[in-house]
Design a protein around this ligand. Structure first.
Ligand code: ATP
Ligand code: MG
Length: 249
């Protein structure tokens, strides 16, 4: 379990991106962040592993506490997989080589100049298999479609054996069929591995189709928190009525 305890982020004078967010996030719950551009979705995701440091409040991780000790933060980051809209793969390396990079978190920097043990190579192949791309293991990433590349990105995160998976608009640049495929893989992984998966999306229909829980943000505040079944059209309108104007503090 991961607790956000009155988390706030201020980027500068008069620029509050998140305002006293209090949430408990649970393993096995496919959690989707919705909200207009500028609502604070990416900031919230980045706070979950302190890529963006909270200005106030704290992130409390089960077993690791409030991440104030460098060792606890390092351990938490090791256990956190990240998937971005731009998947940040190495295009000239094969899918397998890219997924293997997910294992590097388990080794000191000096060790990574040598080939990783067979055990890690097996994990990388298993992860490619889970996203249906074992047959593309030896294909260069630059020769894969956008949807396939995103699935390699998921496999790389899986190779990390994460407890927490963060995905910031993972399907933004994909066609509808690939978007469904990527989200159903993420959903399946969340259920099968019992890990916490938090995804930001702009497509309300996809959020409703896949989320166990939707958290709606507007101007850095939580304005909806519940099952997709309880998200009605008035609430959707409220979420997107807000424009990305800065909040004055
Ligand atoms: N590094 C930064 N420096 C200053 N302001 C920032 C920074 N990052 C985000 N902001 C501001 O914080 C607010 C929230 O931004 P954030 O990127 O979290 O929104 P978002 O919901 O992810 O938007 P989008 O849907 O466009 O990705 C916005 O007003 C944005 O301009
Ligand atoms: Mg964003």
């Amino acid at each position: 379990m991961l607790r956000l305890d009155n988390l706030s982020v201020t980027y500068g004078p008069g620029m509050t991106a998140l305002s006293a967010i209090a949430l408990d996030l649970y393993p096995g719950e496919f959690t989707v962040l919705l909200g207009a551009s500028g609502a604070g979705k990416s900031t919230l995701l980045r706070c979950l592993n302190h890529l963006t440091r909270p200005t106030a409040g704290q992130v409390i991780v089960e077993g690791l506490g409030n991440l104030s000790k460098p060792d606890d933060l390092r351990e938490h980051r090791k256990q956190t997989g990240m998937i971005f809209q731009q998947h940040q793969l190495l295009p000239r390396c094969t899918a397998f080589q890219n997924v293997l990079k997910g294992r590097l978190a388990y080794y000191p920097a000096w060790r990574t100049v040598l080939p990783l043990p067979q055990r890690d190579q097996c994990i990388a192949l298993e992860c490619l298999d889970r996203v249906g791309l074992l047959h593309k293991a030896l294909t260069r990433v630059s020769a894969l479609s956008g949807g396939q590349q995103q699935r390699v990105g998921i496999a790389r995160s899986l190779a990390q054996k994460p407890r927490l998976l963060l995905a910031d608009e993972p399907v933004a640049s994909l066609d509808p069929a690939s978007a469904h495929k990527v989200l159903s893989f993420l959903h399946k992984i969340c259920r099968e591995d019992g890990i916490l998966v938090v995804v930001s999306l702009h497509q309300v229909d996809l959020a409703i189709a896949y989320a166990d829980r939707i958290i709606g943000l507007a101007h850095g505040h939580v304005v909806f928190d519940g099952s997709p079944k309880t998200l009605d059209s008035a609430q959707i309108e409220q979420l997107y009525r807000h424009t990305a104007v800065p909040i004055t503090t």
